[in-house]
Design a protein around this ligand. Structure first.
Ligand code: ADP
Ligand code: MG
Length: 403
């Protein structure tokens, strides 16, 4: 079966349409530092507004453990309102009385946004009956449902997996476009095919390596993930991000790669800092000597070093297909952005297909002044695009008729 598209819903004029977006944007002291995901949601929202639908936008922001006003969607609603150049009515609850009032006050072509879905633990509950009950409450707000949060389609969550089953539902334009673009990577990718992984969601992403290894020629590992591999090879990593319970898994991947004849390439040098802060003292050190700096065991690795950046760039530039997810270092602090900048620059020089996936990775290339047009595709989903590449069945897509 193929994905149900927006057109399959017929005319939506006068109907109330719930749209699940992924507006999980990076916030710095309450301000949105990259609005890429909000912009990416505009085509679907503008389409629905143009049809004269009443549009109810739902999304999560961050990983709150209950109501946490620091992660309110209110600033996102203000940003969306500016980008759409129209009022976005914001409800300070998700399924409560204010949401009901705001939604029932919508006129045709009007837009409302409900508060952060994850303020309700039921959104991400393991228990299916809890999720189903929450999805049922949400479904009461609309006549139809559009799933356009590509960044979350790999999650079995109430608004992603259960909700589409309760209303006439379809994929939004962003989800449809992402799938078309990513399919170019899975159907006979031109070789050499290189995947570059980094970022901080280490345990989330380690699992994908086993699936990716048989597909690729080279896997380059930087970011927070590198320390688990470097430690697995016997290096001391000081206070760097380390998933101790994944050391065996990392060793397993290194063995598996050897058997498959796939290259796993790890950094040869690291930028070690005195602490996790902008402007922290830092030195470049070979990976074997991470605890031999002035910072000793308290030193924390915040970027790949320059030799690693050159090594990575060389492999990337000689590839025909490159997928990159996860910054190479803490690019938010300019001293630790060099590895990420070098990898991004290398991608722009590839003679072939390049795809950047992940909210923070996309934010990084923009923050470092690259242009979206310098890459084949910038995906709004990190985990989702990785799982798609692995050929996994994504719950949020299956709920829309995919496969
Ligand atoms: P994406 O959103 O692109 O999928 P992640 O969410 O996994 O990426 O990770 C992004 C974050 O990883 C960035 O905020 C960056 O600061 C952080 N990061 C990168 N390298 C390191 C490191 N060595 N130590 C800690 N955090 C890191
Ligand atoms: Mg992220």
């Amino acid at each position: 079966m193929s994905l149900r598209t927006l057109e399959s819903l017929g005319s939506l004029a006068g109907k109330t349409v719930i749209v699940r977006c992924d507006l999980n944007v990076p916030l710095e002291h309450g301000t949105i530092s990259d609005d890429g995901r909000i912009r990416a949601s505009l085509p679907t929202l503008e389409n629905l507004i143009g049809q004269g639908a009443k549009v109810v936008v739902i999304s999560h922001l961050g990983r709150p453990g209950g109501v946490d006003l620091a992660l309110s969607l209110a600033p996102v609603a203000r940003c969306l309102s500016e980008l759409l150049d129209r009022t976005v009515a914001f409800a300070r609850d998700t399924i409560g009385p204010e949401a009901t009032r705001v939604v029932s006050g919508l006129e045709d072509g009007g837009v409302a946004m409900l508060e952060n879905l994850r303020f309700s633990p039921a959104e991400t509950a393991k228990d299916v009956t809890e999720r189903a009950a929450f999805a049922h409450e949400l479904s009461g707000f609309g006549d139809a449902f559009v799933s356009d949060g590509f960044g979350v389609v790999h999650r079995k969550q109430a608004s992603v997996f259960e909700l589409p089953g309760l209303l006439p539902s379809a994929a939004g334009l962003l989800v449809a476009e992402e799938l078309t673009m990513l399919a170019n990577l899975t159907t006979a990718p031109a070789r050499p095919y290189t995947v570059v992984l980094g970022g901080s969601k280490v345990s989330d992403k380690l699992g994908v390596i086993g699936h990716l290894l048989p597909l690729v020629d080279s896997l380059l590992i930087g970011g927070g993930m590198m320390f688990t591999f470097l430690a697995a090879q016997g290096n001391a990593v000081g206070a760097s991000l380390l998933e101790r319970d994944q050391l065996d898994a990392a060793r397993g991947y290194l063995d598996q790669a050897r058997e498959l004849g796939v290259r796993i390439v790890l950094p040869v040098d690291v930028v070690v800092a005195s602490g996790f802060a902008a402007g922290a003292d830092h030195v470049i050190t070979p990976v074997e000597r991470m605890e031999d700096t002035d910072f000793g065991v308290t030193g924390i690795g915040l970027d790949i070093g320059p030799d690693s950046a050159s090594l990575f760039a060389e492999i990337i530039e000689s590839s025909k297909t490159v997928f990159w997810n996860g910054p190479m270092g803490v690019f938010e602090f300019s001293e630790f952005a060099n590895g990420t900048r070098a990898v991004a620059a290398a991608l722009t020089r590839v003679n072939g297909l390049t795809v950047v996936g992940g909210g923070d990775s996309a934010a990084a290339v923009r923050a470092l002044d690259f242009d979206d047009g310098q890459f084949g595709h910038i995906s709004t989903g990190g985990g989702a695009s990785l799982e798609f590449l692995e050929g996994k069945h994504l719950p949020g897509l299956e709920a829309l008729g995919w496969r």
